[in-house]
Design a protein around this ligand. Structure first.
Ligand code: CTP
Ligand code: CA
Length: 225
């Protein structure tokens, strides 16, 4: 589907997309973060809106303008992203987790800036697990028939790792990207395979993130009907 003349095949649907990368604060001036640009999630939000859906975009730290016609909720951490996604998912037909969610957060937050001190040992950062939002969404569907989609970036054994991850998460579709040196982070293009819980495999050739987004909505739409 080309975007300019897209059919409104998602009219009457509410879809939730998470995008960007969470930041887990250490103190008021520092955080643990990741390189996700948010571009794939924003492309998903724009294409869904172009296809007639009501779209809630839960955006974590993406330096991108709010897309027109989309409800954007800005969050910082994984815990905040979970809260915003679960709230929006309550009446959603589909949820797509394109955000890079930090697996861990610092176990403690220092309310004042951490200082280096010569009279003390160098600090160690201890981490605790963040909630797995995709697994939770998949296990406790807010609505019967709600379609849940995950993303995974893998460096090797892409298909085998993707299949295992899809089963572990319990989602309906998993978009698997191969990441490497120049691939994916911050780029305008993407190449992927979309794995389905029904055993399907949909390769998406290297191309604009909008094209991958349209394939995702085609597969979601087919599962909604
Ligand atoms: N995800 C999530 N909550 C987390 C971690 C990941 O919802 N705490 C979602 C991501 O948004 C993505 C999918 O799970 O859609 C896969 O993320 P990934 O990091 O590949 O999966 P993990 O289970 O964290 O596995 P890994 O050990 O490979 O990082
Ligand atoms: Ca992870």
């Amino acid at each position: 589907l080309a975007r300019g003349n897209a059919e409104a095949d998602l009219a009457g649907r509410h879809v939730v997309v998470s995008a960007g990368g969470t930041r887990e604060p250490l103190d008021p001036v520092r955080y643990l973060g990741n390189r996700s640009s948010g571009k794939q999630g924003y492309a998903l939000a724009r294409t869904a809106a172009a296809r007639g859906a009501r779209v809630t975009l839960v955006s974590a730290n993406a330096a991108l303008p709010d897309p027109a016609g989309v409800d954007v909720v800005h969050v910082g951490t994984a815990v905040q992203l979970r809260e915003a996604v679960l709230k929006a998912a309550a009446d959603a037909d589909a949820v797509v987790m394109a955000a890079a969610v930090a697996d861990f957060r610092p176990s403690a937050y220092a309310p004042g800036k951490i200082k280096k001190r010569d009279d003390k040992a160098d600090p160690t950062i201890t981490l605790v697990r963040n909630p797995d939002i995709l697994a939770e969404l998949s296990a406790d569907r807010a609505r019967p028939g709600q379609v849940v989609v995950g993303f995974a970036a893998e460096t090797d054994d892409v298909l085998a790792n993707g299949r295992t991850k899809l089963e572990r998460k319990g989602c309906d579709l998993l978009v698997v990207n191969e990441v490497g040196e120049r691939k994916t982070f911050g780029s305008e293009e993407n190449e992927a395979v979309v794995l389905g819980a029904d055993g399907s495999e949909t390769p998406v050739p290297y191309g604009p993130k909008e094209a991958l987004a349209d394939v995702v909505w085609d597969l979601v739409g087919a599962r909604l009907r």
